[in-house]
Design a protein around this ligand. Sequence first.
Ligand code: CP
Length: 332
Amino acid sequence: MNRFMDLADLSREEVVDLLALAQRLQDRPEPRALAGRILGLLFLNPSLRTLSSMQAGMARLGGQSFVITPGSGTWQLETRLGATMDGGAAEHIREGIPVLASYCDALGIRAFADGRDLEADLDESSFKAMAALCDKPLINLESAMNHPCQALADWKTLDDLDVPRRGRFVLSWVNHPRALPLAVPAATLHMAAHRGMDVVVLRPEGYALPRRLMDKARAAAEASGGSLTETSDRAGALAGAQVVYAKEWGSPAHYGDAGADGALRRELADWMVREDWFRHAGHDCRFMHCLPVRRNVAVADEVLDGPRSVVRHEAFNRMVVQMAVLHRLLAR
Ligand code: CP
């Protein structure tokens, strides 16, 4: 493995193998495994978990890392190809990424969706352009349509909690003050399908995920023996659920149109996960969310603070699985 860009690049067996390595590193730490190795981290967007867990994971394996957050103490980076750079950005990624890559043994990049052109974002055109500039092992720390580190951590969390492979996994849209990217819903949907689960996408009208994302997940479900359905019927979706994974996302039907999306979501304040959502769910149904989460907008306190919530377990697993990824990319 010399890149970690998409969980779909790994077979189900390869994911299981990578998770076994993560568990081994959790149980039997290897504090010298990456001694002398350096990880570069380029964050074009904010983070709490990804930034800190990558640095902590690298340090726990004996390696070191540096962080670049353009515009905060370093030059703003222009990402548009062919741009006339007479604005705020003093440096282009065409120089910036190869220079950073030359200092390190692996590079992680976070670059969210541009959010204007759905097809371009589905194509990952911006992230692919950045990846082409990096001649070192590369880790996707969240791109327009993917968040493989989150997906891998969530798969481990499901395994840790003995959630059955064919369990009913409900990915539910939840409310947020504004449109958010599709990366986490896309990665989560695919992960659960790849694991072989019975996946239900629950979302209000206007928030159906793009066909390309659904088709990719459906193919993964077919290969793994799972299934994928989609509905706006909340009671039907949640009946018998073993996992409810909440996520906020913008309307693909109004991609890049904040006004139209805002008008649509004004009527959707009741899409906040409350304890009564679990009335007909499985008796030990778990609640998952990648974080950050807006309390009492997306999810009620009673759920986040209650016994079914595993959000901190997911966040901890970010570090554990990323250690396995780093080990695979960098151990000699
Ligand atoms: N879940 C996640 O990626 O969190 P951060 O945005 O804080 O990194």
